[in-house]
Design a binder for this molecule. Structure first.
Ligand code: SF4
Ligand code: SF4
Length: 255
């Protein structure tokens, strides 16, 4: 039996032994994280998306291109098997719970940028049997690809569709290989990791850096003097499916 099959069997056994309700309701504890010298740090990382700036440049996909290039995200043409870390979709799919938020019907067809919300209470972490997905003390919801057994419980639990599963070997579909970031394999889940690897080097996330229109703002939600905190105090913002109580760390500035 190979390692993956063994881990899968062990996880299923543990789940059954522990009882499914207890397993799914277990508490989410953040893992301690010690940043290396020179790293950018925060008590809780978050992102604000100035959606009006995005709409002024509807053809611009620089953020998506930068993220997918740097992280070796494969371009798989089959929509059912595609892998995406950051993408766009229309208002009615992004905010199905806010049909009256906008009066102008034209806005309903504008694109919204989507990525993992790095929730304060991430349901994906709660259901993962192997702790392949876990939350750090600074709020980043991480993935350990080596621990992932591909059960996809996390995908079922995520209300934002922010995770992709590698149905096929992704490596042949990488258009420009970046040797500085690991590639994934068939059978594991992946998603946006708030560029933890760049933060460790003192760099801001690739999508934020790539946006020449300054539509993306990344910073510490718990620092009242950070740019993101000041913007969230002075502008009207909404979060996706806030009523579910997961506490998304991604905010859409719309006013
Ligand atoms: S598929 Fe998701 S829930 Fe299952 S082991 Fe991998 S990260 Fe955890
Ligand atoms: S924060 Fe980093 S990983 Fe997440 S969407 Fe932006 S570039 Fe991609």
């Amino acid at each position: 039996m190979d390692r993956r099959k063994f881990l899968k069997l062990a996880a299923i056994s543990a789940t059954l032994a522990g009882g499914v309700p207890g397993f799914f309701n277990r508490e989410v504890k953040a893992k301690a994280y010690t940043p290396p010298p020179g790293a950018l740090t925060a008590r809780r990382w978050g992102m604000a998306i100035d959606i009006k700036k995005c709409w002024e440049h509807p053809e611009c996909n620089d953020c998506i291109k930068a993220c997918h290039y740097i992280h070796n995200v494969p371009h798989i043409p089959d929509r059912k098997r595609e892998v995406k870390w950051i993408w766009k979709d229309e208002f009615e799919h992004v905010f199905p719970d806010k049909p009256n938020e906008f009066n102008n019907i034209l806005l309903a067809h504008k694109p919204f940028l989507l990525l993992c919300n790095h929730c304060e209470h991430p349901p994906c972490v709660r259901v993962c049997p192997t702790q392949a997905t876990f939350k750090r003390e600074d709020g980043i919801v991480m993935m350990d690809y080596h621990r992932c057994i591909g059960c996809r419980f996390c995908m079922a639990a995520c209300p934002f569709g922010a995770r992709s599963f590698n149905w096929v070997d992704p490596r042949p579909y990488i258009e420009h290989f970046n040797p500085e970031f690991p590639t994934r394999m068939k059978g594991v889940v992946e998603k946006c990791l708030f560029c933890y690897e760049r933060l460790e080097k003192g760099q801001i996330p690739a999508c934020v850096e790539a946006c020449k229109h300054k539509a993306l703002i990344f910073g510490d939600l718990e620092d009242e003097n950070s740019e993101i905190s000041r913007l969230l105090r002075s502008r009207f913002s909404i979060r996706r499916k806030a009523e579910l109580g997961t506490g998304p760390s991604v905010f859409y500035l719309i006013g």
